[in-house]
Design a protein around this ligand. Structure first.
Ligand code: UD1
Ligand code: UDP
Length: 348
């Protein structure tokens, strides 16, 4: 069975790692890795391949940045050429970025089977580009690998046949639990911040409001802020960088192991990331999600709090975290075996 797996953006690299490992164990799978080039800076891409020992992509489409239409179209056109040449039995995509949908669309038009890892997630906010990518990818997928029974129910409600849906768990848990690392013991009190959603950083008034709130929190504890390239660009454009408190330590994007250690040692994380909500909860670090909806609903009330940019809610959540009052639970199927379940289902 010839499978082309697709990655494009930072969260994809973390998710594909255990899947490729599971494929490598099976002689009957010929695995090809395509990188769309959606993320291309060394700190947003190469670093993760090196650190996680992900095989070098067989093909790089070098699509780069652009508007949604341009980026999606570029990937679609270039990936179709790869499919016509390689004629795989299946295309495997992960998550919800533009690369995910563009490559699924190319495969579907050529009648090639599509496997979607992390299917069925919904924030129910169609203003987020990821929500469109999720809904459309799921509609044309043949194997829908979902993190829990909740997503199966969502997909059944959208008319997807039950035999296409496989409850496998969360591949990000595989990567995180498989990481060989020393426990971090730190006496420092600090929070971590990541922010990159267009809704938060592309709107000047909203980004300004976020900076104001973060500065208030930084009066209590230092905040380490590995900043996404979009965020750095917008901080400059809106002249907000100088407005950040000196207790907010803005740094370049960090590698995965550093990120995991930072989150593990922190008293809390403030974020609008998808992946970090799941990882924080696994690491039992309180997560304060600076969004109004989340697709990671299974984490709500169990380490993750949705606050949007509501200052009162954020302060309350930070105080609860600093007082050690946040409850966690182990989420079923987030057991480090998801990628094995995926490989097994594909071989059937
Ligand atoms: C993308 C995903 C988002 C995901 C995020 C993970 C979509 C629609 N969005 O958002 O779901 O959460 O990745 O990080 O697919 N840039 C660089 N260097 C890079 C990559 C990007 O400087 O290596 C800059 C460019 O100015 C670019 C901007 O960041 O225009 C945005 O990049 P893009 O991939 O379009 O969207 P993200 O915000 O990264
Ligand atoms: N991450 C990282 N370094 C950083 C920021 C994030 O390694 O500086 C990791 C993080 O641990 C998670 C993934 O990148 O595994 C999440 O990516 P991101 O927040 O960019 O995207 P999202 O999950 O929101 O789509």
């Amino acid at each position: 069975m010839k499978i082309i797996s697709v990655v494009g953006a930072r969260p994809n690299f973390i998710k594909i790692k255990p899947v490729l490992d599971a494929f490598a164990k099976r002689k009957s799978i010929k695995s090809i890795l395509v990188h769309t080039g959606q993320h291309y800076d060394a700190l947003m891409s190469r670093k993760f391949f090196k650190e996680l020992n992900i095989p070098k992509p067989d093909i790089n489409l070098d699509a780069g940045s652009g508007t949604h239409g341009k980026q999606t179209a570029k990937i679609l056109e270039k990936f179709e050429r790869v499919l016509l040449k390689e004629k795989p039995d299946c295309v495997l995509v992960v998550g919800d970025v533009n690369s995910t949908f563009a490559c699924s669309l190319a495969a579907s038009k050529l009648g090639i089977k599509i496997a979607h890892v992390e299917a069925g997630k919904r924030s129910y906010n169609r203003a987020m580009p990821e929500e469109i990518n999720r809904v459309l990818t799921d509609q044309i997928s043949d194997y829908l690998f979902v993190p829990s029974a909740a997503e199966k129910k969502i997909l059944r409600g959208e008319g997807i046949a039950a035999n296409k849906i496989h409850v496998v768990g969360n591949v990000m848990a595989d990567t995180l639990l498989g990481l060989k690392r020393k426990a971090v013991k730190t006496k420092d009190t600090y929070g971590v911040l990541t922010l990159h959603r267009p809704h938060n950083v592309d709107d000047k008034a909203r980004f300004k409001q976020a900076v104001k709130i973060i500065n208030t929190i930084a009066r209590k504890t230092d905040i380490i802020f590995p900043a996404h390239p979009r965020t750095v660009k917008q901080l400059k454009a809106f002249k907000l960088k100088a407005k950040l408190s000196k207790n907010v330590k803005m740094i370049e994007p960090v590698g995965y192991k550093t990120m995991v250690n930072l989150v593990d040692g922190a008293q809390f994380i403030l974020t609008d990331s998808g992946g970090l909500q799941a990882e924080a909860v696994i690491l039992k670090t309180p997560c304060i999600t600076l969004r109004d909806q989340t697709e990671w609903t299974e984490t709500l009330g169990w380490g993750n709090t949705l606050t949007g940019l509501n200052e009162r809610k954020i302060k309350t959540a930070v105080n609860k975290a600093l007082a050690g009052q946040v409850k966690f639970k182990t989420i079923p199927y987030w057991d480090g075996k998801s990628a094995e379940r995926i490989a097994r289902a594909l071989m059937k």
